[in-house]
Design a protein around this ligand. Structure first.
Ligand code: NI
Length: 211
């Protein structure tokens, strides 16, 4: 097995300190392919919370993410605030995305990240209906806000064991930060895993902020 990579939680995160890098809002044809190169060079698996609409537009990029061993998860179809939707809209935001991702990767996602982290009991019920756990985060780099690689690196470097780190692969400044993020966390001895590897089995509808 390549250095610094784990096949499952049981093989490693019980004894090694793991963190999960996560990237939302893509794929972008401007920035995501370069991120994939950076991650391949560093041999780091991550989790992509993709938008269904973007995945439908750029299926080859999602396929490349999947083929490189990254985890493909859902960030809904169109990035709406889910608690403001009725039951039917909510189901289509989740189900349409899962259908497109299953078509591309052959796997139906089991992890859902509600846009803005906005969720409520109805969202939890819809996620549970779709067999999906809700994945939030405990380290927010705010990369989308400041567009400053140094700030993104500093925020990510504050992670602890089991942290789920939020970034966005649609910003060039975030891709610029990723080598520094990886170096900082590797320097502290962390092993990079996907969210599913970090959490092991999850309960549909349940919210998770860290491993
Ligand atoms: Ni988002």
């Amino acid at each position: 097995m390549p250095d610094g990579q784990l096949k499952s939680w049981s093989e490693g995160c019980a004894v090694n300190e793991c963190v999960a890098l996560t990237f939302d809002d893509g794929p972008s044809d401007f920035t995501t392919p370069r991120l994939l190169d950076v991650l391949a060079d560093a041999n780091v698996p991550v989790t992509f919370f993709v938008l269904g609409g973007q995945a439908d537009t750029f299926p080859d990029i999602v396929r490349a993410e999947h083929d490189a061993g990254h985890e493909i998860a859902s960030h809904t179809w169109s990035h709406l605030r889910l608690p403001s939707l009725d039951e039917k809209q909510l189901a289509s935001e989740i189900d349409d995305t899962n259908r497109v991702l299953a078509d591309i990767t052959g796997m139906t996602p089991t992890l859902l990240r509600p846009p803005y982290g906005a969720t409520d009991d109805a969202v939890a019920a819809a996620a549970a209906d779709a067999g999906m756990a809700q994945i939030l985060w405990n380290i927010d780099t705010r990369d989308w806000d400041h567009h400053d690689p140094a700030q993104t690196i500093a925020a990510a470097a504050a992670a602890g064991p089991g942290s789920i780190i939020l970034m966005h692969d649609v910003h060039a400044s975030t891709v610029d930060a990723v080598p520094g993020v990886i170096a900082a966390l590797r320097g502290r001895g962390f092993t990079f895993v996907t969210v599913s590897q970090l959490l092991g089995s999850t309960t549909p509808g349940e919210r998770y902020f860290s491993g």
